[in-house]
Design a protein around this ligand. Structure first.
Ligand code: HEC
Length: 413
């Protein structure tokens, strides 16, 4: 059991780095800068340049003196690329006319340029035969890519990755550029915890603890009108896709919008709340009207518990993605008779309880009484064979190869 659980997050983490470099070693390739290169017969020149070095440079840059940490008497002009690091420095000093230093004997500029050109041509030729595009930065999957990978690998269609991971930094309008996709310890922890959650969902582990998932209705959406995806004849509410981890009972708890002192808003008139599951109505609950309004005006927390208690629905659910809808039956499209024209977004006022009842959030709690034999789209995707018994790794027990996923545990359907 332990082995199985630990292994998969490790895999997930590994594939965060899927785009990482294959060539990680930084060899001493010279940087490919564009240089003006003149046609040059390198071979004939070498001895002349050697003499120039010996005369004007080795006086200071010898093995013995090592001025500036540099020895040019041992540096080999017949194999320039072998010591490209030294020669790149020399080119820089020569082109900037910084060496020999002021006051020291100095040849013509043309002579020094000749030396620089020899070095450049030789290094450039060598570099051209070994194109070095540089080092690829470690590339982690960004949030969208990670979400897609989870969806495709684990058949976890309903997992909304934006709920688990923060948005990625952008560069040049893109959020998938390795350089800008940094990894902080906090983000790494986030990825790790998501990996735990996701793998738990994917393997439909029946021993998962009770958890609640909260879906909030959008504050800026009016609940006076029909919301797409919800049954016709309803108004407001919301529809959410939720991935139920295992076959078990779950509790759906719609919560109404309440003001800052917990008084439910819009209880003036009787209302009916409808809960649907995958499009099927599973609950109709009445609330609102004079009695509820009086109740809510009193001890509001108790009133909330009493009114919202009528909405709580517990149903058995098969593991996998399902749609939960909560809406209000629409009674009339006639504009409400009120003195002031009501706000379309009633919740803009955090105190007033006037207006219509609105959904604030849906809380899904579970699993309760999980069934012992799990099955889900993810499990079917992951566990490709279900041998009756698997005592040893064989060709017919490929899960042994995958080891920890299929592992030693007997797979039962
Ligand atoms: C009078 C002594 C003297 C002579 C002659 C001299 N250098 Fe230097 N060189 C120095 C000193 C001192 C430094 C360290 C300070 C600096 O980097 O400017 C240095 C630094 C350098 C460096 C940088 C080394 C590094 O690791 O950053 C290069 C390259 C160099 N010299 C090349 C040359 C070449 C090529 C010549 C001949 C054309 C030459 N030098 C002649 C004194 C000299």
């Amino acid at each position: 059991m332990k082995r199985k659980v630990v292994f998969i997050p490790a895999c997930l983490i590994a594939f965060i780095w899927a785009g990482a470099s294959t060539k990680s070693g930084l060899q001493a390739f010279p940087p490919q800068t564009a240089r003006q290169t003149t046609p040059h017969d390198a071979g004939a020149d070498v001895s002349a340049q050697r003499a120039l070095l010996d005369k004007y440079c080795v006086t200071c840059h010898s093995q013995r003196l090592k001025t500036g940490g540099l020895a040019l008497d041992t540096a080999d002009l017949t194999n320039i690329p072998a010591q490209s690091e030294i020669w790149e420095k020399v080119i820089r000093k020569l082109r900037a006319e910084m060496m020999p230093p002021v006051g020291a004997a100095r040849p013509d500029k043309a002579e020094l340029d000749g030396l620089a050109t020899l070095l450049e041509t030789s290094l450039d030729k060598w570099a051209a035969t070994r194109p070095n595009p540089g080092r690829a930065t470690l590339h982690r999957l960004n949030r969208a890519e990670y979400g897609n990978a989870i969806r495709d690998l684990f058949a976890l269609d309903a997992v909304d990755i934006t709920q688990y991971l923060p948005p990625d930094p952008e560069a040049y309008g893109f959020d998938n550029i390795a350089d800008s996709l940094g990894t902080s310890p906090a983000l790494m922890e986030r990825y790790l915890s998501v990996a735990w959650k996701v793998t738990r969902m994917a393997t439909a582990d029946t021993k998962i603890p009770l958890a609640t998932e909260t879906f909030r209705a959008r504050m800026d959406l009016t609940q006076r009108d029909h919301i797409e995806g919800l049954p016709l004849g309803t108004r407001g509410g919301m529809i959410v896709q939720h991935n139920f981890p295992v076959d078990a009972e779950y509790e759906i708890r719609p919560k109404l919008w309440a003001n800052t002192v917990e008084q439910i808003g819009g209880l003036e008139h009787p209302d009916t709340l409808e809960i649907t599951f995958d499009g099927e109505r599973i609950k109709l609950a009445d609330f609102g009207g004079h009695e509820d309004e009086v109740l809510a005006a009193g001890v509001s927390a108790a009133a909330r518990a009493e009114i919202e208690g009528r909405f709580i629905t517990r149903i058995p659910v098969k593991a996998g993605p399902h749609a939960i809808g909560v809406a209000f039956l629409k009674k009339s499209s006639a504009p409400p008779v009120e003195v002031l024209r009501p706000f379309l977004r009633d919740r803009i006022d955090p105190v007033s309880t006037h207006g219509i009842a609105q959904l604030d959030k849906i809380v899904v709690e579970g699993p309760f009484n999980a069934l012992p034999s799990p099955d889900s789209p993810s499990r079917r995707r992951l566990l490709i064979c279900k041998p009756k018994r698997c005592h040893a790794p064989t060709r017919f027990c490929p899960l042994w190869l995958a080891g920890p996923i299929g592992g030693r545990r007997r797979m039962r359907k």
